[in-house]
Design a binder for this molecule. Structure first.
Ligand code: ZN
Length: 80
């Protein structure tokens, strides 16, 4: 009976380790979904770089990657 218990314990440990390895592998395909949850990407109206909406600077209806580009585009528009 002791041998059966030992085999059962080994099989149990093997199954636990395999489950842990599978759960760590499953996290990798989940990363792109986390990017979606961060919000939409917006395009800088000045240089065209795409930045997350929560990091973007808004000036009127336009979105910018940085405060400098928002100010630069504002000054360019006012000159027209
Ligand atoms: Zn920009």
């Amino acid at each position: 009976m002791r041998i059966l218990l030992l085999i059962a314990a080994i099989v149990g440990v093997f199954l636990i380790v395999r489950t842990l390895l599978q759960s760590t592998n499953r996290k990798k395909p989940g990363q792109p979904e986390q990017l979606k949850e961060q919000g939409a990407m917006v395009r800088c109206a000045h240089c065209g770089v795409h930045v997350p909406q929560f990091e973007a600077y808004r000036s009127g209806k336009r979105m910018y990657c940085s405060r400098d580009h928002a100010l630069a585009d504002d000054s360019a528009n006012s000159q027209d």
